[in-house]
Design a protein around this ligand. Sequence first.
Ligand SMILES: Nc1ncnc2c1ncn2[C@@H]1O[C@H](COP(=O)(O)OP(=O)(O)O)[C@@H](O)[C@H]1O
Ligand SMILES: [Mg+2]
Length: 445
Amino acid sequence: MRAPSSLQKRLGVGLTLGITLLWLGATVGAWLAVRHELNEAFDNALQETAQRILPLAVLEISNREAPDKAQQVAPLKMHKQYLMYLVRDAAGEILMQSHDANPKVFRKHPTEGFTTTRKYRLYGTSALRETVFIEIAEPLEHRREAAREALFALLLPLLALIPISLLGTWLFVRMSLASVVAYRRAVEARGVGDLSPIKVSRLPAEINPLAEAVNHLLERLRKALESERSFTANSAHELRTPLAATLAQVQRLRHEAPEGSLRLRAAKIENALRELARLSEKLMQLAKAEGGGLLSEAPEDLIPLLAHVVDEWRQGSTRQVELLLPAQASVYSTIDPDAFAILLRNLIENALKYGAPDQPIEVSLTGQALLRVINGGPAVPEPVLQHLTERFVRGQSDVGGAGLGLAIVKTIVQGVGGRIMLTSPATGRQDGFEVRVWLPLAAAD
Ligand SMILES: Nc1ncnc2c1ncn2[C@@H]1O[C@H](COP(=O)(O)OP(=O)(O)O)[C@@H](O)[C@H]1O
Ligand SMILES: [Mg+2]
């Protein structure tokens, strides 16, 4: 898959390239027009100069004693002269010339009007019925330099324009996309199980339909999940009463049946019914765990809850359950007390069920709301361990069960934004099984 390209980069480069090309086009157009106007102005000046000098030259020549002797006009001041001129008669004989005039630049015979040679622009005009001619030459380099300077002046702003356009587009796109980034953050910040619509204000019109579509999808997903959950919870709930009634009947049947195969069969049915009741109880717990509402409004102290649940088990079982509490008096967490009790019951139930009967069960809580349940018994291999938290997955065991206990625990932990880790053998031991659960710690209010 190709990496997605950045809109910012594409717009920045595209717009800058477009502006540069347009500017270059405009520059060429402007430059052509400027060059044309410059040429016209230079030609005008040339023509004007010739027409000013000519009458003076004619006057000077006609006043001379030896009229045929060519005369060089001494310059008034030494300066870099752009223009040079020749005054000739019709035969091409030079009558007068500017001090640096080079006759090679001019044609052999005088011509009237404008002509262009390789290096010069020439203008010629005559007086006294075409007997005296004046021609002026101006180096073309002079005009070219002016045109070059005009071109530079037009191109110079491009140097500033390119970085300004790149930076400007980048900043502008970044500002325009700020709400999209906020939307992405809102989506990312969603915890597991939060399928409520995502609200973000002022999204660009192009993105808004996308956000609405996502919200519709979330809504449909939420409804589908909700109906699945409520179906599970309702069925489990509806099964409770008939199951309890049937169980009572079967118990009576077992008591009343004579010793022998009938009583044995009644006992088997009774066990199967108990198993069924446990399964329906676990399904209800799972549906509750998946249904959200696992966080309580106000933080609760975990220590009394923990002590209460452990006491329950101590009374119901002859096995030893050790409880290790932190030095501090209370550990507050945002987990819902009912959810915490379900989680803890499932972990202790497992430890009693699968732990070595001769070793005590260790339940501990740290000040950082880290809950640990440790039991003895043979170590569980790593590949098996990884899948134990999945639904309906069980390890190798003779004891019955549905494979839902650890799935319920994991769902609750994820729902409150905590973390769970299974370790076997237990830390610092050769054997045993350890479950660590990091619960969300809250400040006491
Ligand atoms: N404390 C424990 N010690 C050893 N094995 C355990 C422990 N807890 C869970 N297991 C293993 O993980 C499996 C899945 O547990 P669970 O999800 O509670 O389902 P169930 O208890 O119904 O089998 C169990 O079948 C067992 O093999
Ligand atoms: Mg279990």
